[in-house]
Design a protein around this ligand. Structure first.
Ligand code: SF4
Length: 462
C-alpha cells in the first residue's frame, strides 16, 4: 500500500478550493480590535471576500476598498489609498489600525504602498489627525502568489512584526490560533482557563458569535488589541497551532525577540489535543488539571460508541486548508477510518518537508493520495470517471454539489461554510472538537444509511 503526494497535473483550475492571498489577510485583519482593512485593488477583491466571510460567520463587519478603476490600472492608484485612509479616519473615529492590503492588480501596477504609508504618516496624519493613534501597515498579498492560506500567514506575521516590542518579561504565552471559527476560539480559551494560563490569544474572533442586543449597537470585531501585539515580544513562548497560518509570526518572534516557538500540531482529535496540552505544560510548567482529564475521558467514551460500529474502514475524501486537512486525516486514521484522498488547494514548497505529511506517506497502510494545488474536479473526476468510491467527504461548502450529485454525505468543516446553520459555533479543536467531529461524521453516515437503506436496521438496536 502506498501514499503518494503529488501536484495536480492539469493546468488550470475547475472549482477551486481556495481563494486568493488578500482574502487571508482580510480574515486576519478582522481578528484585530479597532482595525478596518483597506484593500488596495478592485472592489470585487473585497466584495466577494467580505460576502464569503459574512456568509460563513453570519455577521456583518467592515472592510474597505480603494476601488481601483481603469485610470488607476494605467496611471497608478495611490491617490485612492490616500483618499481611502482619510475617509476611514473621518468616518470611524475609533479606528487605530489600517492594514493596506495589496492585490494582484496593484502589485502588477507596482504601486508603492510602503512609500504612500510614509507620505501619509508625514503628511495627512500629522496635519489633519495630530495626536490620534493611527497605524498604517502595508500587507503585500499579490494574488498570483500563494493562496488565502499564505495571505493569512503573511498578514499575521506583518502585524506582529509591526507592533511587537521588548519591554519587561511576562509570564503570558502567545497563542496564534490560525484560521479558525469563533467556536474554536472559545474552546481554546476554555483549555487555557482550565490550565490557569494567561495568554495573548492572537487574531481571535470569538466575538463574531455576537449577541443581538436590545440597543442594536453590537458590531462584530476581533478582540486582539494593540497592547496584546506589543506584548508578544515579552511572552515566555509562542504556540502557533497551524504551521501555515501563523507559523511565520511565531518564527519571527523567535528570531527577532528570542521568544521560543512551538509550531503545531493543529489540536484536532485526541492525539493532537494531548500534544497541545503537553506543549502548554512544558512551556508554562502548569499541570494538566483533572477537569481536562475528565473531558478527555468523555471524548474517548463518545468516540468509542461510534468508531468500531460505524466509522471504521469508511473511505474519506478531505479538502481545504493544509493544517485542517492534515489534522482531520490524522483524526480519521485514529478512528480507524481510511482517508483515501487529501486535496490541498495550493502548492507550497514547505509541504515536502512537513513531518506530518511525511508521516502519512510512510505509515498509511491503505492506498492514499495527497494532491497539492488541487481543485474540486480532482475529487469529482475520481468519482465520476475513475470509479473511486467514498463513504464520506470532509470539507467546506464549495464541495456541496459533488456531495449532492453523487450522493456522498459531506460534513462541513473549514472555510467557507455557509449552507448549514451554526457550524462556526462548534469547535473542531480540543476534546470537545473531537466529540463534535466524530458525532457529526457519524450522524451524516446515519442519515445516509436511512436514505440508502444500507444497514439502516442497525440504528434500531444500537
Ligand atoms: S484574484 Fe486578484 S482581482 Fe481577483 S479577488 Fe484576488 S486579488 Fe482581487
Amino acid at each position: 500500500m502506498s501514499c503518494e503526494m503529488k501536484l495536480k497535473e492539469r493546468i488550470g483550475t475547475i472549482n477551486p478550493i481556495f481563494t486568493c492571498q488578500p482574502a487571508g489577510a482580510q480574515y486576519a485583519s478582522i481578528g484585530l480590535k479597532d482595525c478596518i482593512g483597506l484593500v488596495h485593488g478592485g472592489q470585487g477583491c473585497v466584495m466577494f471576500v467580505r460576502l464569503l466571510i459574512s456568509q460563513h460567520l453570519k455577521e456583518s463587519f467592515e472592510i474597505a476598498s480603494s476601488s481601483v478603476h481603469e485610470d488607476g490600472a494605467v496611471f497608478g492608484a495611490l491617490n485612492r489609498v490616500e483618499e481611502g485612509v482619510d475617509v476611514l479616519l473621518m468616518r470611524y473615529p475609533h479606528v487605530k489600525i489600517i492594514p493596506i492590503i495589496t492585490t494582484c492588480s496593484t502589485e502588477v501596477i507596482g504601486d508603492d504602498v510602503d512609500g504612500v504609508v510614509t507620505k501619509l504618516n508625514n503628511g495627512l496624519l500629522k496635519e489633519k489627525y495630530p495626536g490620534r493613534e493611527v497605524h498604517l501597515i502595508p500587507v503585500h498579498t499579490p494574488s498570483f502568489v500563494g493562496s488565502m492560506v499564505s495571505g493569512y500567514d503573511v498578514a499575521v506575521r506583518d502585524f506582529v512584526k509591526y507592533f511587537s516590542q521588548k519591554n519587561k518579561p511576562s509570564l503570558k504565552i502567545n497563542l496564534i490560533t490560525g484560521w479558525v471559527n469563533p467556536g474554536d476560539c472559545k474552546e481554546l480559551k476554555h483549555i487555557l482557563s482550565e490550565m490557569d494560563i494567561e495568554a495573548n490569544v492572537l487574531f481571535e474572533i470569538e466575538n463574531f458569535d455576537s449577541p443581538l442586543a436590545p440597543t442594536k449597537d453590537v458590531v462584530s470585531h476581533g478582540d486582539t488589541t494593540i497592547q496584546d501585539l506589543i506584548e508578544t515580544a515579552d511572552a515566555q513562548g509562542t504556540i502557533a497551532l497551524n504551521r501555515y497560518e501563523g507559523g511565520a509570526a511565531a518564527k519571527y518572534l523567535e528570531k527577532r525577540w528570542d521568544v521560543p516557538a512551538i509550531i503545531g500540531p493543529t489540536p484536532i482529535g485526541i492525539r493532537n489535543t494531548d500534544t497541545f496540552l503537553a506543549n502548554l505544560k512544558a512551556m508554562t510548567g502548569k499541570p494538566i488539571p483533572a477537569s481536562l482529564v475528565k473531558e478527555r475521558g468523555i471524548a474517548i467514551d463518545a468516540i468509542t460508541d461510534l468508531a468500531h460500529m460505524f466509522l471504521a474502514d469508511k473511505k474519506v475524501a478531505i479538502y481545504g486548508n493544509p493544517d485542517l486537512v492534515i489534522g482531520l486525516a490524522e483524526f480519521c486514521l485514529d478512528l480507524g477510518m481510511k482517508p483515501k484522498l487529501l486535496l490541498i488547494g495550493d502548492e507550497n514548497p514547505g509541504y515536502a518537508d512537513d513531518p506530518r505529511l511525511k508521516a502519512l506517506q510512510e505509515n498509511v497502510t491503505h492506498e492514499m493520495e495527497i494532491i497539492t494545488n488541487a481543485d474540486l474536479w480532482e475529487l469529482e473526476d475520481r468519482i465520476k470517471n475513475k470509479g473511486q468510491e467514498f463513504d464520506l467527504i470532509l470539507g467546506h461548502s464549495k464541495g456541496r454539489f459533488v456531495s449532492i450529485d453523487y450522493q456522498i454525505p459531506l460534513v462541513r468543516v473549514g472555510f467557507p461554510t455557509y449552507d448549514r446553520a451554526g457550524h462556526y459555533r462548534h469547535p473542531v479543536v480540543g476534546y470537545n472538537g473531537a466529540i463534535w467531529l466524530a458525532e457529526a461524521m457519524a450522524n451524516a453516515l446515519f442519515t445516509d444509511m436511512e436514505y440508502k437503506k444500507s444497514r439502516e436496521w442497525i440504528l434500531n438496536v444500537w
